[in-house]
Design a protein around this ligand. Structure first.
Ligand SMILES: O=C(O)CCC(=O)C(=O)O
Ligand SMILES: [Fe+2]
Length: 331
């Protein structure tokens, strides 16, 4: 029984020529980088250390849109169990994963490839489980270790994201209880990703197509395989994995909130060639009714609700296969 979705057939349908098998991936390798590293312990020290740490975070959020954090409060044990549980669930037969009610989650929670792709560059050689935090408690009883591990991760990730969001807002001079008010723990969601080995050259088929995240910020935990790349000053950089750290990236909503001070950077994942890769992303999102507005003058974006944003993205993706994103709301 196969565990893998029919990636190759889907790629062939999008690409009428013959796909090039990967021979020497070094040829398409890009420069590697270590993300700015923030030690969250510094926030618990004296006033000076705290201020310095907050400034480092804000600088990374505006220059890179990405940074990594250590001493983040999520135990290594929880993170390792999460990957173990992920391996188990993705190694279920495809027929089970695609069944209505898989894990007692809403339909469309399990996804692979990209049903809206109109060409190969919009395709993703990966599969994913999207889980709203509101749905974790209803997850199938027999998979209790999966559920309890996800619960443990999501609970701490929600606290961490609120903490980070408040620090980043404070750096902008915005003292508000916005995040407490609009980002309740159940409004965020998780995506577990599996990237099976891909026989094709990485300049033809992506593990995950280039995109920005449609949230305030994302907490990413990845295994040690590597493949995540971000675009900085027009150049792709490959992120060197660090087993101790979590990656934080600014999403579209924080770019708007900060009036373009913080950047929601485009990123992508190159599919591994010989081994499978796993990652988990926690997307820190507000409720659908939350109004997103820019703090800063002159204001660059008009106000919009998160619902409006999601609907606009869906419309654009269905029409062209591509997300337009925040530029739709520029004044
Ligand atoms: O797998 C990764 O490293 C990145 C995943 C990602 O960007 C996402 O799920 O939005
Ligand atoms: Fe992403």
């Amino acid at each position: 029984m196969s565990i893998d979705p029919p990636f190759q057939e889907a790629c062939n349908a999008l690409f009428k020529g013959s796909l090039v098998r990967a021979k020497d991936e070094k040829l398409v390798r890009v420069e590697e980088c270590e993300l700015p590293l923030i030690d969250m312990n510094c926030l618990t020290l004296g006033h000076k250390d705290r201020e310095k740490c907050m400034k480092q975070m804000a600088q990374a959020a505006s220059e890179w849109g990405f940074f990594q954090v250590v001493n983040h409060g999520i135990s290594q044990g929880v993170l390792q169990s999460l990957i173990c549980e992920q391996i188990k669930v993705f190694h279920e037969p495809l027929s089970k994963k695609t069944k209505e009610n898989f894990l007692n989650l809403p339909s469309n929670s399990y996804r692979w490839g990209n049903p809206d792709a109109t060409c190969l560059r919009q395709f993703s050689w990966s599969e994913a489980l999207h889980i709203s935090l509101a749905d974790i408690s209803r997850m199938d009883g027999y998979k209790t270790t999966l559920r309890s591990t996800i619960e443990a991760f999501a609970g701490t990730a929600a606290t961490l994201s609120q903490n980070l969001a408040e620090i980043l807002a404070q750096n902008l001079g915005v003292k508000s209880n916005y995040f407490r008010q609009y980002c309740a723990p159940y409004t965020s969601y998780l995506r577990m990703n599996r990237y099976p080995p891909c026989p094709f050259s990485s300049d033809q088929v992506y593990g995950l197509m280039p995109h920005t995240d449609s949230d305030f910020l994302t907490i990413l935990y990845q295994d040690q395989i590597g493949g995540l790349q971000l675009k900085k000053h027009g150049r792709w950089l490959a992120v060197i994995p660090n087993p101790q750290s979590l990656i934080i990236n600014i999403g579209d909503l924080f770019q708007v909130f900060s009036n373009n001070v913080y950047k929601s950077m485009e990123h992508r994942v190159l599919a591994p060639q010989r081994v499978e890769r796993f990652s988990v992303a926690f997307f820190y999102c507000p409720s659908y009714d939350a109004v997103i507005q820019s703090y800063g003058k002159p204001t660059m974006y008009r106000k919009f609700s998160f619902r409006e944003y999601k609907q606009q993205i869906q419309k654009d993706v269905q029409a062209t296969g591509d997300k337009v994103g925040v530029s739709r709301f520029l004044l």
